[in-house]
Write a protein that binds this ligand. Sequence first.
Ligand SMILES: NC(=O)c1ccc[n+]([C@@H]2O[C@H](COP(=O)([O-])OP(=O)(O)OC[C@H]3O[C@@H](n4cnc5c(N)ncnc54)[C@H](O)[C@@H]3O)[C@@H](O)[C@H]2O)c1
Length: 322
Amino acid sequence: MNILITGSAGFIGYHLTKKILKKNIKVFGIDNINNYYDTNLKENRIKDLKKSKKFFFYKIDLSEYKKLHNLVKRNKIKYIIHLAAQAGVRYSIKNPKMYFKSNMEGFFNILEVSRHNNIKHLIYASTSSVYGNTNKFPLSESDNTDHPLSFYAATKKSNEIMAYSYSYIYKLPSTGVRFFTVYGPFGRPDMALFKFTKSIIKNQSIELFNNGKHLRDFTYVDDIVEGVFSLIKKESKKSIPYEIFNIGNGNPKKLIDYLKFIEKKLNRSSSIKKLPLQIGDIIKTHSDIKKLKKYTGYNPKTNINTGVNKFIEWYKDYYKLN
Ligand SMILES: NC(=O)c1ccc[n+]([C@@H]2O[C@H](COP(=O)([O-])OP(=O)(O)OC[C@H]3O[C@@H](n4cnc5c(N)ncnc54)[C@H](O)[C@@H]3O)[C@@H](O)[C@H]2O)c1
């Protein structure tokens, strides 16, 4: 069973690839290693993955259709897990074009590669951002997702709709997974946990939007990976083989409390620069995970205390601060 993972140099892609390699399954990884954040992190993830003889990495951009197609065809790949994308809500306000290229054109190429190679299951990353602002919680897959607050969310919602048409027309089994604020070791430097930790350690002030009153369903990366892994062989058998699942923790926390966990673990306090709510930001996320629980037995295990500890241990080790 050969698997292609796009975005394997990325945060979630790295952890998912590691998990699959442990099962002794061959993984073909692609990534363009772009400089949205420190490329050393991406290079080091790949270096670590390459310790396994079952991992094969190719530096390919999603726009390079022929290369993608040849890779899939040559290696008889039948499962694709598509995680490569331009991520981040705030950056999409300044640079919508990057999102159009990677998330729309790029996703179209993945759909085409999938249909021309008779892929047995395409799993692709969507996001909790598709829910926009609402008053009804927890957020369930059947809730309305027609009002994205950012272009990032708009591209991910579009992916779900594009996938539906391929599932309907070409019978491509597709599953969209809506991730809820993922955190953990080797995480993304543009996300709260990484930024807060770095600032506290360097005695720099922390920019806290909306007074830290946002609520986020922080989900530890291993739980996300378990959720995705549990779906690989579970493609929809319906006449339109299309599914959407939330993958979250189901237990939202205030951003300010998340910061307190970090301060406690670092045994330091932070200086805070309060900033207003940012355009595009959602006030609250809280996933309803019943659907995936029922479908695969998904059961997130890591609480915020353990998860934050693991991140900080990784951070100190990686940047040699011990
Ligand atoms: N981390 C989260 O909290 C979160 C939440 C919801 C959804 N997601 C989604 O999950 C997926 C993985 O996110 P992540 O946090 O690991 O982000 P990441 O930025 O660490 O990983 C994405 C990877 O894709 C690569 N990439 C981007 N554009 C590409 C292109 N055109 N061609 C080839 N490679 C390209 C990047 O170099 C990067 O390594 C993304 O689709 C993201 O939108 C993440």
